[in-house]
Design a protein around this ligand. Structure first.
Ligand code: ATP
Ligand code: MG
Length: 732
């Protein structure tokens, strides 16, 4: 009698045959190349478990590079379950975290000590400026952020000073970039510090130049696991290749269709290179998608098929309950209606038992979260902003708010303190301290102390501070005649605040400027300044309830690797998505990356994907008619259900889903001075006298008069008030 075949370990039985192959092929290089939701990350975490179970490695002998916290957590839990105790000392994390840890051990080999500090981008820029200054570079002509970008690119490509080839060189500052790079690296060493790019670069140099060190790491790491391999850059690739030379047991999983970080130096070629560089590499393809329903997969596959230069993969539904709702495309009148639609659907879903933790709103640009955040607060739906701050907590928004608070209430010392030297007005610590001391001893507001101190100050800061103080007086005067929106815009410009971000060439700066524009847009939704300030105070107080299930908002970039039952993809309009800014910089290639981003977005959804676009959106302070994203037209119609038919305001715009010739599909953003705020797009469903409405602050009431977009409402509890129509909702 034959003994029955041993049952596969529990964790292996949860895999399909191809996944099992990928998990059980432990030795030698292995590349898992497969589409979204096919279980690549599951393969990696299971592989880790399998390595331990089969006694191939101890937990500390596996190096795993993960992209999401979720994957890191899952690996840690699996390992803990297998070894029967919490897993410490795992080499598990992002590239940078792992390299920082390695660098601490060998810092002296690159002229640092193990207590080196890591510079953030602000410090980095400051240091670069010093180096440039010392070298006599005209900083006006050659702004430091330009050099920062050049250096970052070299670091991403693993190029140290002295190794810049003519082909890689830059003509920045009359071909001086290379020399400045060397001087900057020297300075970093003197200060015993490393910037972010150095973490990878130094470690790669150490591994290259010190065979004994490399051999040590080879002895340690028997197995290497890498998630989201399509988004590695060259220096990360070198690092992996060096470490994998020892045992050659490297397993990378990735999907070329989800490569979305080329703007940070990621190189898709790394996937193609794998087979060449790692001899006898095995390639496993996974084709069954276990995440999404058929229509979601169909829509995503149809869209990504428009890209050229793909490796090409098959994706078939693997869930047995894969039928399901079509992907919805909802067109709305404007962005507020869009936020309302999203809020309503989430509310509805929640009432039907949907766990909010399984709902996500994924946006192309950070500023887009604001309207959704406000809507969720109104509806009392808990949310979190993943990988970033809530809108009103972002530094530039807090600064802008502080300016407005001083405008509304000059004695607001906290606010004044925040902005008095932001942007830099040359006020030193002594001056600021003198201001505080005077305010305290005389018992006067800081701003009054500032006026008094002016005569004793040095000419330059005196001039700058005088301008600010006089500015406040002027802006306050303007408030009565020009209105709060115009004043806010003027103030942000005249105080030098917007300029501060315009000068900033760091990658975050454009997003911050977008946030400021959104901020001014938000102001326009309020009758007056104090109404707005009250509102923001309320919003900020909206304490996070740590235990409540929360829905997630994040950028598409941050959503990689994650999944949700219900995914909202708002703002699919030309210019916003695909992003005009990216396309201006990167042309056709950038368009393909935007499309991959759309593919990542759709494939995050398990059951419901709701794409939306607004026909009117305020861009740069003006109402513009927006055109639905070309990506909407590219979705295969059989998997999509279109709802709503809001048309762009201007009659000459192409209608919603007609296939219009390409040139007509360019966004029509009307260039306007940054803060020129015009009237809101008139709503087609205007509110009439007699309508019963709800206002988020005053509650229910009846409309007794309508004056354009202003309504006089007799509220049940709050008496008669005049409010803007966009703050009320029809009831009944
Ligand atoms: P992405 O490309 O988005 O990172 P992925 O390929 O890493 O996706 P996973 O996140 O590992 O995919 O898996 C997607 C979903 O499918 C997860 O919920 C996972 O638990 C589930 N899954 C994976 N393999 C199987 C399987 N064999 N049977 C059932 N469910 C599976
Ligand atoms: Mg994954």
């Amino acid at each position: 009698m034959n003994a029955p075949a041993p049952a596969p370990a529990d964790y292996l039985s949860r895999l399909n045959p191809e996944q099992r192959e990928a998990v059980e092929t432990l030795d030698g290089p292995l590349l898992v190349l497969a589409g979204a939701g096919t279980g690549k990350t599951r393969v990696l975490t299971t592989r880790f478990a399998h390595l331990l179970k089969t006694g191939k490695a101890w937990p500390g002998q596996v190096l795993s590079v993960t992209f999401t916290n979720k994957a890191a957590r899952e690996m840690r839990e699996r390992v803990a379950a297998i070894i029967g105790q919490p897993a410490d000392g795992l080499w598990l994390g992002t590239f940078h975290a792992l390299c920082a840890r390695m660098l601490r051990r060998h810092a002296e080999l690159v002229g640092l000590t193990s207590s080196f500090t890591i510079l953030d981008s602000d410090d980095q820029l400051r240091l670069l400026k010093q180096v440039m200054d010392a070298a006599g570079v005209d900083l006006k002509r050659w702004p430091a952020p330009g050099l920062m970008a050049v250096i970052q690119r070299w670091k991403d490509r693993g190029i140290v000073p002295g190794k810049v080839t003519p082909a890689e060189d830059s003509d920045y500052a009359n071909n001086r970039a290379h020399a400045l790079y060397a001087a900057y690296q020297d300075r970093l060493k003197q200060l015993n510090t490393a910037d972010f790019g150095d973490l990878m670069l130094h470690v790669v140099e150490i591994l290259k130049n010190h065979p004994d060190v490399l051999a040590d790491w080879h002895r340690r790491f028997r197995y290497i696991l890498v998630d989201e391999y399509q988004d590695t850059n060259l220096v990360q690739y070198y690092w992996l290749r060096l470490l994998a030379q020892g045992h050659k047991n490297i397993c990378c999983v990735g999907d070329d269709d989800q490569s979305i970080y080329s703007w940070r130096g990621a190189e898709i070629e790394n996937i193609l290179r794998f087979e060449k560089d790692f001899e006898n590499a095995r390639i496993v393809r996974l084709e069954a998608n276990y995440r999404s329903t058929k229509p979601i997969l169909g829509a995503a596959a149809g869209l990504i098929a428009r890209n050229t230069g793909r490796l090409g993969k098959t994706l078939r539904p693997g869930r047995h309950d894969a039928e399901g709702d079509k992907v919805r495309v909802v067109s709305l009148w404007d962005s507020e209606e869009e936020a309302r639609m999203v809020g309503d659907r989430i509310e509805q879903a929640r009432r039907a038992g949907q766990n909010l933790a399984e709902v996500a709103i994924l946006v192309r640009a950070g500023f887009q979260t604001r309207s959704f955040e406000e809507r969720m607060i109104t509806l009392g739906l808990p949310y979190r902003v993943v990988g970033g701050l809530r809108f009103y907590e972002r530094a530039e928004i807090r600064d802008a708010l502080a300016y407005l608070r001083v405008l509304a209430q000059p004695a607001d010392d906290l606010a004044f303190e925040r902005i008095v030297n932001t942007p830099k007005r040359g006020l030193g610590d002594t001056t600021l301290k003198a201001m505080h001391d005077l305010a305290r001893s005389e018992n006067i507001p800081l701003i009054a102390a500032a006026w008094q101190l002016l005569p004793s100050m040095r000419p330059k800061p005196r001039q700058a501070l005088t301008e600010l103080l006089q500015g406040f007086a002027r802006w306050r005067e303007m408030l009565g005649k020009d209105g709060h929106v115009v004043v806010a815009a003027t103030l942000l410009d005249e105080s030098g605040y917007t300029d501060m971000w315009k000068q900033d060439k760091s990658p975050e700066a454009p997003g911050r400027l977008d946030n400021l524009k959104e901020f001014v847009r938000a102001l326009g939704e309020f009758e007056n300044l104090s109404g707005f300030l009250d509102h923001t105070a309320l919003v900020m107080e909206n304490e996070e309830n740590a235990t409540a299930e929360k829905l997630s908002m994040m950028t598409l970039h941050a959503a990689k690797g994650l999944e949700f039952d219900m995914v909202f993809l708002p703002g699919w309009e030309e210019g916003l998505f695909p992003s005009q800014r990216s396309m201006d910089e990167g042309g056709e290639k950038a368009l393909e990356e935007e499309r991959r981003l759309a593919y990542v977005g759709i494939t995050r959804g398990r059951k419901h994907v709701i794409i939306s676009c607004a026909a009117n959106r305020r861009i740069y302070g003006n109402w513009t008619s927006s055109i639905p994203s070309r990506f909407i037209d590219e979705l295969p119609p059989e998997h999509v259900e279109v709802e709503g038919g809001a048309r762009p305001r201007a009659a000459e715009q192409p209608s919603m889903f007609n296939a219009a010739p390409m040139f007509a599909r360019r966004p029509r953003v009307i260039e306007a001075p940054a803060w020129d705020v015009k009237e809101r797009a008139p709503r087609p469903d205007a509110i009439k006298v007699g309508q019963r409405v709800f206002h988020m602050k005053f509650g229910n009431g009846n409309v007794i008069a309508v004056d354009d977009d202003k309504l006089d409402i007799e509220f049940d509890k709050a008496g008669t008030k005049r409010v803007l129509d966009r703050f009320v909702e029809k009831v009944g």
